[in-house]
Write a protein that binds this ligand. Structure first.
Ligand code: ZN
Length: 464
């Protein structure tokens, strides 16, 4: 088996990755807080995690992937202050917190499907694992790591050695520079809520009984509880965005290691931010909030263009987003599909995968997921003097990692009958220059939930 090297945020070094036990890898990726759409900056992280999972599988390992859905307890402010994002989202939309959770979970699942991100083996919701979270808090309480203040049960971070081993933060400086919103009852700035009490006299939409009173779990405890529950003995790799390092992941490590006395995850990997033109980071609170629907699908742009664009910047480097970058990626992906289509026409069916190119591709992706270089290897194959059948087999083999639908020859084959018929009718209408009819069919397709895009290569159809 080839060696694989991954950058571990814990050691701040690229290390050889070896599974803890056998050839089975446990992968835990922090999922969305479902109070709003995911923005494309969030989605960049899920693309990176998808590549990681596909590369591990391409190497022949079995991967069990767990992703949580945060549907309670993630507050608007830092360090357990502010309002629950779910209840805020519910008020904004005049729905219940439960409905909001359901709506945005579905929206998220649709986004990742549109990006060809493979589904995790296990989806788990914070609200489905309240008893496990309570049990973990009790364990921490028994071991003396918790204390109670007026608004909840907190974890005492001064009780753990090396609290900042992941974040490498200077805790003294942090304590000094604590912001005004700091809770004065907390012993240390870095202490965090394990269980928050429902405010007196207020009935929250999401609340549960507990040994400490009615309330809800803090945000971090869900990931510690669910990873232990679904990946026992296989805490290999834990991922998220870089913004998870300082608080969320640091707190997960502190409480999990305090509870078990054992090392929590072996590898921690983080995806960098997406910057909107001019170096501004994308955040839900900022104006520059772009979703996959608004920036790609509703513009008639294949969402896989975004996946392709994400490959052009290494996952640990900030990615610059602009209309120009999208246009370049759109042309790049279209060109790649055209190249593969031409080879298909020549080859008919795939032959044998070329071993030396496969080796080269594998070593490239195994070097901390170097996708920019992997895309260069794809071009090397396409421009090589291999026989067309070998070229085709080789790039389709790479597509197990890329997930760019390189074998998508005739998209119409995979559409439902009623959609396919309309697509054909619209193609004919356009060939006959019957524009009004073409527009009418486009509207019908839209009503069925499909968006059409007319390009140089003819018409493409996407599920809305
Ligand atoms: Zn998490």
């Amino acid at each position: 088996m080839n060696k694989i090297y991954l950058y571990n945020s814990l050691t701040r070094d690229k290390e050889e990755f070896v599974p803890l036990k056998n050839d089975f890898i446990g992968l835990y990726t922090c999922g969305p807080t479902v109070y709003n759409f995911a923005h494309i900056g969030n989605l960049r992280t899920y693309i990176f995690e998808d590549i990681l999972k596909r590369v591990l599988r391409y190497n022949g390992w079995v991967v069990k992937h767990v992703m949580n859905i945060t549907d309670v307890g993630h507050l608007t402010g830092d360090r357990d202050m502010g309002e629950d994002k779910m209840e805020k989202g519910a008020r904004r939309e005049g729905k219940s917190a439960w409905e909001i959770a359901e709506d945005y979970t579905r929206a998220f699942q649709k986004d990742i499907a549109n990006l060809n991100i493979l589904d995790p083996d296990i989806w788990c919701k914070a609200t489905d694992t309240i008893p496990e979270q309570i049990a973990l808090i009790r364990k921490l309480e028994d071991k003396g790591f918790t204390y109670e203040i007026s608004d909840g049960i907190y974890f005492d971070t001064a009780r753990v050695p090396n609290y900042a081993k992941l974040s490498h933060q200077n805790l003294d400086a942090l304590q000094e520079g604590a912001r005004v919103e700091k809770n004065p009852e907390k012993k240390n700035t870095t202490d965090f809520a394990l269980w928050k009490f429902s405010p007196r006299g207020v009935q929250r939409q999401m609340e549960w009984d507990s040994p400490w009173g009615i309330g809800f779990p803090g945000w971090h405890i869900e990931c510690s509880a669910m990873s232990a529950m679904y990946l026992p003995g296989h805490l290999d790799i834990h991922c998220g965005g870089v913004d998870h390092i300082d608080v969320h992941h640091t707190n997960e490590i502190a409480q999990s290691e305090a509870a078990t006395g054992e090392k929590f995850f072996n590898f921690w990997m983080h995806g960098a931010f997406l910057n909107i033109q001019g170096g501004k980071k994308m955040a839900k609170s900022a104006q520059n909030f772009l979703t996959l629907d608004t920036t790609f699908i509703e513009q008639g742009i294949d969402p896989l263009v975004y996946r392709f664009a994400a490959f052009l910047t290494h996952y640990r480097k900030p990615m610059e987003y602009s209309d120009k970058a999208v246009e370049a990626a759109r042309n790049g992906l279209q060109h790649l599909h055209n190249q593969v289509r031409q080879i298909m026409d020549l080859a008919g069916s795939p032959g044998n995968v070329d071993r030396s190119f496969k080796e080269k591709f594998l070593n490239t992706v195994n070097d901390d997921l170097n996708m920019p270089r992997a895309m260069a290897v794809v071009q090397e194959v396409l421009k090589s003097d291999l026989e067309p059948a070998a070229k085709l087999a080789t790039v389709l083999d790479f597509d197990q990692v890329l997930g760019l639908d390189l074998d998508r020859v005739n998209q119409a084959d995979v559409l439902p009958e009623e959609v396919r018929k309309r697509v054909e009718a619209r193609q004919k209408a356009r060939a006959d220059k019957k524009w009004a009819l073409s527009d009418q069919i486009r509207d019908e397709l839209q009503a069925l939930g499909y968006v059409v895009q007319d390009g140089k290569d003819g018409m493409k159809v996407f599920k809305q």
